[in-house]
Design a protein around this ligand. Sequence first.
Ligand SMILES: Cc1cc2nc3c(=O)[nH]c(=O)nc-3n(C[C@H](O)[C@H](O)[C@H](O)COP(=O)(O)OP(=O)(O)OC[C@H]3O[C@@H](n4cnc5c(N)ncnc54)[C@H](O)[C@@H]3O)c2cc1C
Length: 419
Amino acid sequence: MLQDSVGQRADVIVLGAGIVGVSAAYAAQQRGLSVILLDRREPGSETSYGNSGVLSSGSILPLNKPALWRMLPKYLTNTHPALRWDPAWAARNAGWVARFLANAIPSQTRPRADALHGLSVATLKLHREWIVKAGVEARIRETGWLKVWRSDGTAAAKAEQAFLAGYGIGSELFDRQGISSLEPNILPIYTTALLHSDTASVDSPGAVVKAYAQMFAGAGGQIRQSDITAIVPESDGWRVVLADGALTARHVVVALGPWSADLLRPLGYSVPMGFERGYHQHFRPTLPRSLLRPIHDLEGGFVLTPMEQGIRLTTGVELTDRDAPSSFAQLDAALPLARGVLEFGEPVGEPWRGARPTLPDGLPMIGPAPRHPGLFLALGHQHIGFTTGPATGVAIAAMIAGAPPPFDASAFSPGRYLS
Ligand SMILES: Cc1cc2nc3c(=O)[nH]c(=O)nc-3n(C[C@H](O)[C@H](O)[C@H](O)COP(=O)(O)OP(=O)(O)OC[C@H]3O[C@@H](n4cnc5c(N)ncnc54)[C@H](O)[C@@H]3O)c2cc1C
């Protein structure tokens, strides 16, 4: 039982209230454990707020897939909107870059796709259940996700379709005319499109995370807002040191997204985390001429998606330090391209920046820390963390309870990088 005082104890303390932490907290609480969820901000205010809201069935190949080599000459010019990189960062992190590229080989494709497919199947089922249970089912759109090509993308789209079909993942190919009937309000600039038809999206990922957090609190879980400064092993569990006190628990789950490595370093764990930063900006929609689903312009390097706040334009990847000053070059490059696709109005609010937390093999860490009983890691979900948070949380809760996770989590073992 929880006590109402500083220094209280729970079965589980979850650090971080993004989609991953909220999901772990809810799943642990559903197993009858007492759970405290900690964050310095409100649930769903960081990376889990600013993403494109795609609940993807088919994003089972990380960025560092073999096709990356074909794109590399373009990316090296540092002018492609899909990927920018900071040379000084690359020099300082040459080891991470080398490990990231070393995974972009054919022999690494199938095992990683198999692992991410298992995770994706489990998580989409949970999202579809939880979003109803949390009372926000009006936020989910079962209209798929449209990948679009400006130049002839037929061969690439067909290859992707065949790859997805190998996993039983549905997709449909469209030509210019078909694209116009599917998305009547976009200008006819795309030649080819692949609709990921099993994929869904939401109109406010931050609101969905907040609703899941309320579902956790409504079922008896406790949410506390505080800055976490350290986690310290004790004889019977863990002490979590806060800016305004301390809490103890038998189990601690680290789900701090791009900040996860910071609190693990003092315990001797060096998490090889890279930061694929990304930006978004909202624009006033020109109703009723809006979008029906997220579209991913592959050559333009952006995603355009209808959100509660307006049309959200999200950028590709910027490889640099997590906290380096913002550069709006990718947003600036994407905006005229996006305006050539869809009519929309003035910016709403300020641009947002976040960081996709990425490990060199593009797979998350989901499991126990190697040297510390009671410490569980749920981090490194790169481009698909909003999708994969729920199944990650359920897997962590199962592991805490000594039960098997709902998918094969062996590829996600923290032990592959940490000792
Ligand atoms: C531009 C962009 C687009 C994306 N699009 C998609 C998409 O369409 N679909 C998809 O599935 N994924 C997408 N992603 C990826 C997805 O957003 C992330 O993988 C996911 O949100 C990570 O969730 P998380 O819970 O691990 O981290 P976060 O959401 O960042 O949560 C971590 C939490 O830890 C808290 N925290 C950190 N340090 C401390 C501390 N010391 N004390 C207290 N609290 C602390 C933070 O406040 C934060 O709330 C996108 C990402 C970006 C950047």
